[in-house]
Design a protein around this ligand. Structure first.
Ligand SMILES: [Zn+2]
Length: 183
């Protein structure tokens, strides 16, 4: 796993965003925030389990947001261990190869996606490979802009891959949530 900053650069490169952009995060987009960054800006149902990537500032200081269908690269080289639904689109769970084999697994969770057809559980992916596009939230009439949610989590290795989904991820007694920003 490279640093979060490098992963952001890989998203910019994959989507031909110009050099010199600065990513912008509002408080509600950050790990453990209880606030929404959309709609009425009120309280989330649960503390945010990851970080939302959507806004960036261009060289002329304009704030823009990712377009629906933005290309989503894999962060680390690893294996897709699950593909499940989330409240907007789909979620891909990737196990980076260097963590395999211990009593716990560290996983990367990418949500609100339209995954590429060839990306299914068991697929090995290299860092930077395009695994999905961001889900077009307009198709569900959501007030949320199309964005990429990323979680880094540590869970017990005995949990079956199929159970690595949004029934499990909010359960903090079973999921150790790692702040991606500090990676
Ligand atoms: Zn999120």
């Amino acid at each position: 796993m490279t640093r979060f900053k490098q992963y952001l650069s890989s998203i910019a490169t994959a989507n031909n965003l110009k050099d010199g952009i600065e990513w912008v995060f509002y408080p509600g987009m950050l790990l453990d925030s209880k606030s929404k960054w959309w709609g009425n800006f009120k309280t989330r149902h649960a503390a945010h389990e990851g970080i939302d990537i959507c806004f960036f500032r261009t060289f002329d200081k304009t704030i823009r947001h990712l377009a629906p269908g933005t290309l989503v690269p894999a962060w680390s080289t690893g294996t897709v261990v699950n593909l499940c639904e989330d409240f907007l689109g789909h979620t891909l769970v990737v196990e980076p190869e260097y963590t395999a084999g211990g009593p716990t697994r560290v996983l990367e969770v990418f949500s609100h996606l339209a995954p590429c057809d060839e990306i299914t559980p068991g697929t090995r992916v290299g860092a930077g490979r395009i695994i999905a596009r961001t889900f077009d939230t307009r198709t569900k009439g959501s007030p949320l802009l199309s964005h990429l949610h990323v979680s880094c989590i540590e869970v017990a290795s005995h949990i079956p891959f199929a159970a690595l989904n949004w029934s499990l991820f909010p359960l903090r007694e079973k999921v150790n949530v790692i702040n991606p920003v500090f990676i």
